[in-house]
Design a protein around this ligand. Structure first.
Ligand code: HEC
Length: 224
C-alpha cells in the first residue's frame, strides 16, 4: 500500500504544530509588548539604551560574558535570587524589550547581572575588576579582559583615566593602564542594567505600613 500521502500529512501536521507552538503563539502572547508609562514618574519603561551602552551590549556579547552571567531574576518561589540581592522582583519579557538579542543566560558561575547597576558603587573599581578580577576579588574565577585596556608609556602628565593598580597587578614603572573605548562602553552597558521598576505584571511588593502610613518591619522602602 502506498503510505506516501499519509507520511506527508503527518510531517506537515508536525511542522505546522511546532511553528504554531514556537513562533505563532509566543508572538501572539508577547509580540505586542510596548514600553509602559510608569504611574509615579510618567516615564516610559523600558527606555532604549543610550548609544554607548548599546555598543557595550555588543562587547558583552562578543566576550561571552553570557556564558557565566544570567540576566534573569527568578520569583521568590522558584529560588533565592531576591534573598541574594539580585533584584526586588522577577524578570519578565517586558524587561528585554529593546535587547537584540536578549542576553538571558542560563549559567550562573558569576552573579546574575539583571540589576547589577544597583550594585556598581565604584565605577573605577569596576574597570579594575574587568582588567584583573583578582585584583578586586581574591581568588575570583572570572577571566581577566586586559585587551579592553591599553598599557602605554606615561606621557608628560599621567592620564587621569589610568587604573589605580597596585602590587602584582601594577604595570612596569613608567607605564600606565588606560581603558580603551570598548571598556567604557561595556561599563556603560553594565551601568544600564537595572530593572527594578514595579510593573503591573511583576509588582514590587510594597513594604508593610502601620495605620498612620509609617513603614514597619525590616523591609527598606523602595526607591524608584
Ligand atoms: C568564567 C566565568 C565568567 C565570565 C566569562 C565572566 N564572569 Fe563576571 N564574574 C564571574 C564570577 C565567578 C564573579 C564573582 C567573583 C568576582 O566578583 O570576581 C563575577 C563577577 C562579575 C561582576 C560583579 C557582579 C556583582 O554582583 O558584584 C561583574 C559586573 C561581572 N562579573 C561582569 C562580567 C563581564 C562584563 C564579563 C564579560 C566581559 C564577565 N563578567 C565574564 C565569572 C565570570
Amino acid at each position: 500500500m502506498n503510505q506516501g500521502p499519509l507520511i506527508f500529512v503527518g510531517i506537515f501536521f508536525t511542522m505546522t504544530l511546532s511553528w504554531y507552538g514556537f513562533v505563532f503563539k509566543p508572538t501572539l502572547d508577547l509580540g505586542q509588548q510596548a514600553p509602559v508609562k510608569l504611574e509615579e514618574t510618567s516615564q516610559l519603561y523600558p527606555a532604549a539604551r543610550p548609544g554607548l551602552a548599546q555598543q557595550g551590549a555588543e562587547i558583552y556579547r562578543a566576550n561571552g560574558c553570557v556564558t557565566c552571567h544570567s540576566q534573569q531574576v527568578r520569583d521568590a518561589k522558584d529560588g533565592s535570587d531576591k534573598a541574594r540581592g539580585w533584584g526586588a522582583r522577577l524578570t519578565v519579557a517586558q524587561d528585554y524589550l529593546f535587547d537584540h538579542p536578549p542576553q538571558l543566560g542560563q549559567v550562573r558561575i558569576g552573579p546574575d547581572l539583571a540589576n547589577v547597576s544597583t550594585r556598581l558603587f565604584d565605577l573605577k573599581n569596576q574597570l579594575i575588576h574587568l582588567y584583573a578580577p583578582r585584583a578586586v576579588v581574591k581568588g575570583s574565577s572570572m577571566p581577566p579582559y586586559p585587551f579592553l585596556f591599553e598599557v602605554r608609556k606615561i606621557g608628560p602628565t599621567p592620564s587621569a583615566d589610568a587604573l589605580a593598580l597596585t602590587g602584582a597587578y601594577a604595570p612596569t614603572a613608567g607605564f600606565e593602564v588606560v581603558p580603551k573605548s570598548e571598556a567604557y562602553s561595556l561599563l556603560a552597558y553594565l551601568s544600564s542594567l537595572r530593572s527594578e521598576v514595579s510593573l503591573y505584571e511583576a509588582p514590587i511588593p510594597k513594604p508593610p505600613t502601620n495605620a498612620v502610613g509609617t513603614v514597619v518591619g525590616t523591609n527598606a522602602p523602595i526607591v524608584q
